[in-house]
Design a protein around this ligand. Structure first.
Ligand SMILES: Cc1cc2nc3c(=O)[nH]c(=O)nc-3n(C[C@H](O)[C@H](O)[C@H](O)COP(=O)(O)O)c2cc1C
Length: 375
């Protein structure tokens, strides 16, 4: 009998499905709803100490549609971290844990390049009973202007220093959330893990411009006639997310065995989740999917993932985590293997062509024929 229950960094998840930081975890009401619907964990919307510095605009989303506009496959947002007061968040974290003690509640946090601010943020959140932290080093818009988010995530030296501050005060599991807006995601990942983080989450959104309105000639989403590049998510980013998850998982396997990985990006089905786990994820986060389909989608996710596991005879998530990683290699190795196989096939064909029926054998034919018949 397969089970979806899994323990990661000491956190007990009833299933590997975790709400990714964003609108689906934006206050205590929706966090409780997510737990009631059966999500294994919730990563709340990112919080910082001073929400008065966070000012959102609208519209702040733009969608890429396929199938004659029937299906959303890509989603851009220029939304910032939470603009709700930190003190209110602390009360809500406590209330969520009081009412749903079995749900894993992870606080997503972000601050400026200031040790005192990071330490205060961590200590005050852990005092109210959250189960773990996700450090947001990855928001690609707005916050980098204050040297936060992706601006930190793109600088491994700063990232390692900030993770070190956090690890100095946190008593809870800590995941560092990676930005995909870098050339080699292994570099910031290694920096976070060297600093002692228990794991990493990947990916946040990909810096993007959704499009230009051909009537007004203005880029979208248009705010007061202008826009700013935002973060791209949803189904369309899954192949990029899978590639980065694979690269991180290979690094963890080689240099940081035992550290955890939370895969994120375009997950909408149990099959999507199975792929993230096969490439090394311990848990799988969903953000835009919940904005498209609602919290209830978790029952399909669980059903589909269990069906996959039972079909393949996997009892636990651990049984197939990373099972597809050995099948990546270099392009030159693909060429070598293919050339070798083609040569073997040609030789086999030649041998097969030479085989005649016994009745046709003549003279010394049997010498060649015996050779053709041997393997
Ligand atoms: C509207 C919106 C707001 C988001 N806000 C946050 C945030 O506050 N903190 C964060 O770490 N990630 C944030 N994200 C990123 C998601 O958590 C996730 O990493 C990304 O969207 C890719 O996953 P998905 O395709 O399942 O959405 C946000 C995403 C969206 C679409």
């Amino acid at each position: 009998m397969s089970t979806l229950a899994t323990t990661v960094d000491g956190l007990k998840f009833s299933n590997p499905f975790v709400i990714g930081s964003g609108p689906p975890g934006t206050n205590v009401k929706v966090i409780k709803r997510a737990f009631r619907e059966g999500w294994g964990g919730v990563i709340a919307k990112t919080v910082s100490l001073d929400s008065s510095k966070v000012v959102n605009v609208s519209p702040r989303y733009a969608k890429l549609k396929a199938n004659d506009g029937k299906e959303v496959i890509g989603w851009e947002n220029i939304e910032l971290i939470s603009d709700r007061k930190f003190e209110i968040w602390l009360d809500e974290f406590k209330a969520a844990k009081d009412e749903c003690p079995d749900g894993v509640l992870i606080a997503s946090v972000m601050e400026e390049y200031n040790q005192d601010a990071w330490c205060e943020l961590i200590e005050r959140c852990q005092d109210v009973g959250v189960d773990g932290f996700e450090l947001n080093f990855s928001c690609p818009h707005g916050l980098p202007e204050r040297k936060m988010g992706a601006a930190m995530g793109q600088d491994p030296v700063i990232l390692e220093e900030v993770c070190g501050w956090v690890m100095g005060v946190s008593k809870l599991p800590v995941w560092a959330k990676m930005t995909p807006n870098v050339t080699h995601i292994e570099e910031p990942t290694a920096a976070a893990l060297r600093a002692g983080c228990h794991g990493v989450s990947a990916i946040n959104t990909i810096r993007s411009v959704m499009g230009v309105n051909l009537e007004t000639l203005r880029p979208e989403p248009t705010v007061e006639g202008y826009t700013t590049p935002g973060g791209y998510s949803s189904k369309a980013v899954k192949p990029i997310a899978l590639r980065m998850v694979m690269e991180i998982a290979q690094l963890i396997k080689k240099d940081f065995p035992g550290r955890s990985l939370s895969g994120i990006g375009g997950v909408e089905t149990g099959a999507d989740a199975a792929q993230f786990i096969l490439l090394g994820s311990d848990t799988v986060q969903v953000c835009t999917g919940v904005m498209k389909f609602g919290y209830g989608m978790v029952s399909n996710l669980c059903e589909e993932l269990l069906e996959f596991m039972e079909g393949k005879g996997f009892d636990t998530i651990e049984d197939f985590k990373g099972a597809s990683l050995p099948y990546f290699t270099t392009h030159s190795e693909l060429v070598r293997m293919q050339t070798e196989r083609k040569a073997e096939q040609a030789a086999a064909k030649e041998r097969a062509n030479m085989v005649k029926s016994d009745a046709e054998w003549d003279g010394d034919d049997f010498v060649k024929q015996s050779d053709a018949l041997s393997r």
